[in-house]
Design a protein around this ligand. Structure first.
Ligand SMILES: Cc1cc2nc3c(=O)[nH]c(=O)nc-3n(C[C@H](O)[C@H](O)[C@H](O)COP(=O)(O)O)c2cc1C
Length: 205
């Protein structure tokens, strides 16, 4: 059975983004082996002084780490291994300040490691995870289909690029306008859920 990694960040009580996650889980049940990382419970380590320098030592200057140093990277490295093992990845999050909520960005900081998920060459980025597929399920307060704000959605471009440099194409299901169209929230979410069902059928049937 193909492996699916779900990575979600839906901390708000009554989260609407979680409705998209639940829809995916319900539809995909029994069709794929699922590993679910809830970033609210399992937050990646931020790259602060100790772990950043240990990571650079290993990944950029190719030095051998002590057991103690390896342990410093263990949490983020487990996320890296999950990323590399997946056939499908589903990232679920809302928008924070026009981009990714910090724990989601921290997850990309954990899994985007040179020689592991990508290489930077003279020809550009070489993805090391080709064959994997990804989808991003996102909700936002504003409506980024509107011309006046469409250039302010940095989240979709960022997730596309981050998956892309590892060789993984991503599909994006976005429920825009949760804080704008208060009388149409259910309608918008229903449309997005239909897209989630189509995605599951496309991936697993
Ligand atoms: C800290 C924070 C920052 C936000 N920034 C934006 C933003 O820049 N643009 C936007 O459209 N919505 C923004 N929102 C609104 C949420 O993205 C939106 O309400 C989303 O649907 C919430 O998802 P949830 O129901 O899963 O919590 C922000 C919300 C929070 C809590």
């Amino acid at each position: 059975m193909k492996k699916t990694l779900i990575v979600s960040y839906t901390p708000r009580f009554g989260s609407r983004t979680k409705q998209l996650l639940d829809c995916f889980l319900q539809e995909a049940q029994g069709k794929t082996e699922i590993t679910h990382v809830d970033l609210v419970e399992e937050t990646p380590d931020l790259l602060l002084q100790e772990n950043l320098n240990v990571m650079l030592k290993r990944n950029f200057t190719n030095e051998v780490l002590s057991g103690e140093e390896t342990a410093v990277l263990a949490k983020n490295d487990e996320m890296l291994q999950q990323y590399k093992a997946a056939d499908f990845i589903v990232l679920v999050h809302s928008m924070h300040n026009f981009s990714l909520p910090a724990p989601v960005k921290a997850w990309f900081d954990a899994v985007l490691q040179p020689n592991q998920t990508f290489n930077l060459t003279e020809k550009g980025y070489e993805g090391l995870c080709e064959g994997t597929k990804a989808a991003v399920l996102m909700t936002t307060g504003g409506d980024f289909n509107l011309d006046v704000v469409k250039d302010m959605n940095f989240a979709t471009g960022l997730t596309t690029t981050c998956f892309g440099i590892t060789g993984i194409p991503s599909q994006h299901i976005s429920a825009y306008g949760m804080n704008m169209y208060l009388d149409r929230i259910d309608e918008i979410l229903t449309e997005s859920k239909k897209e989630v069902v189509e995605l599951v059928n496309e991936w697993y049937n």
